[in-house]
Design a protein around this ligand. Sequence first.
Ligand code: SAM
Ligand code: SF4
Length: 434
Amino acid sequence: MNKAESEWLENELRQVGWSRAPGAEGADLVILNTCSVRQTAENRIWGRLGFYKREKTKRPFKLAVMGCMGERLKQELLKQAQHVDILVGNFRKKDFISAVSAEVRGGLDPDKPLLLTEGGEYVFGELHSVSGFKAYIPIMHGCNNFCSYCIVPYVRGREVSRNPDSIMAEISRLEKKGIREVTLLGQNVNSYCYNGDSREQDFHLNFSGLLERINYNLKERNSLVERLRFLTSHPKDLSDELIELMSGDTLLCRHIHLPVQHGSNKILKSMERGYTREEYLSLVQRIKNSITNVSLTTDILIGFPGEEEEDFKATLDLMEAVGFDNAFTYRYNPREGTKAFSMEDTVPSEVKQERLASVIELQSRTRKGLQRAKTGRVVKVLVEGTSKRNKRELLARMGSDEMVVFPGSGKQIGSFTRVELLSLKGNTFTGKEI
Ligand code: SAM
Ligand code: SF4
């Protein structure tokens, strides 16, 4: 989401007279677009703020802090980082553009910071262009779920769904800029719900309906955008309607990122995820039964308060039962303001580390096994560039989000082709074009 929003910001800033500096060193304006999901992300920003404090003693420039840390830590930032000139939350990014557009003409007060943290409402940007051939397009903002460990609903607010016409218009604009693959973004895309405007009374569009519309539109006009993905699906809201849509002949990649977080019912309940282990496994079964060669990836959160050895084993067991193609694994960090913050952190740091290592080891073994079983398949790929190791080889991405290298010519970059998977080098396949 931050990547998409940073790219939107760059486009907007260009329109009011700014251009991208080759590096932060010579920049007249430095913007730190921040994340608060984990403490490590915030620590990195505090480190950067220290660096820019030193830089400011050497040359004049404006420093802006934007995003979730701007929402969560306003007072602390104002106190501890007095060299910050502009503080922007998630809801007044358009006002930020106007403010720095005035700054081109010298409009900011040099003596006190500009605060854009109160009020406002989230505005979907109109163009989130991405270099290369892929784009991330936000279709929703915020989250209504309040999982007990998560800061997102507090810093991003309640769910808002974007107008489908605006999503389609953005896809068409990006297609003209060379985009061939689109990823639709939201914290829980499955709860997308757009209630129509006055033109079409009683118009309600859910996520499957949105995908159907986009798919139909792209296919009907033989669009060069031949691939659609989406992130992230919440297991409690993924519908049978969506599974059915994905099992048919569509531009949707047969890949679902379905964060389970944990394998123990006790911990899932305390995380307030809204599903049990059995419900998750049954959903996975329905997906696998309907969508041939589907690729499933997940997020795993280790070390939540109260996690005992048997809860942890239940997570390993669930991972074995599903066989995820990939897993993003995290150590739990308490986030102030969330429900879990007041729960006693019962898992010692070294135990979290050991458990995380076991999860990573299991996932890497599972992935290898699944990848080996894929050799011999012929798959459609999007050529993204040349291989770093060998300029006569192309690097391409499969629908499952895995990479393959194969001999080919640079002219193919940005186009789709079909490749037979021959063997594996690390996590990357080697193949030949068919
Ligand atoms: N909306 C998505 C979902 O429901 O799965 C996830 C969005 S969250 C920003 C991305 C991932 O960060 C989560 O799946 C979770 O594993 C991880 N995460 C969230 N809060 C965390 C915390 N307090 N400590 C560590 N990891 C956390
Ligand atoms: Fe956070 Fe849960 Fe919302 Fe995902 S669904 S963003 S984990 S509160």
